[in-house]
Design a protein around this ligand. Sequence first.
Ligand SMILES: [Zn+2]
Ligand SMILES: [Zn+2]
Length: 213
Amino acid sequence: MLRYLTVPVTAFAQNCSIVWCDATLEAAIVDPGGDLDRLLAEVQRLGVTLKAIWLTHAHIDHAGATAELAQRLSLPIVGPHEGDRFWIDALPQQGAMFGFPPSQAFTPTRWLHDGDTVQIGHCTLAVRHCPGHTPGHVVFHSAEAQRAFVGDVLFVGSIGRTDFPGGNHAELLASIRERLWPMGDETVFIPGHGPEGSFGQERRFNPYVGERG
Ligand SMILES: [Zn+2]
Ligand SMILES: [Zn+2]
């Protein structure tokens, strides 16, 4: 079964998640935006072994420490979708703009596409391409655990910004309605910022995309 621990990192309190298979204790790290020493201390405390970096999208608060972590531990970088290549290439400038520590661009070991799967230990997660916040944004869904790691697509009571280059509001709404809601009302989502929620709650009450919004 999939387990996870969410650790807020960077000045943006970005929810980096350490996810692992409780049978093998093999782990992946979703969106290591920064604060690597803190993240690696949690990995050690959990007693899990990092095998991969998974990225939802390439904004600095999500991807800023990816290159350094990949180099330090020789980890493959999985994701995001190739639509975010320009954001990856701009990581050094993003870092300078937002006052982050120096960040390097990188080339993912594997670009992700809608319908792909990623695996850690015995756990398989489905990949859905959810453009709108960024063109190459993906989410990771564990049907077994009823959890979805959605980055900046959806938040409790809100949705991702679409005023950055490559953002598209209509696309974001379609991503949420056509690719997140079918995961089921009971599914708990871990957003890039703020508390966890359920798709059922957001589908009804989210003011931007809910049925009563
Ligand atoms: Zn973002
Ligand atoms: Zn973010």
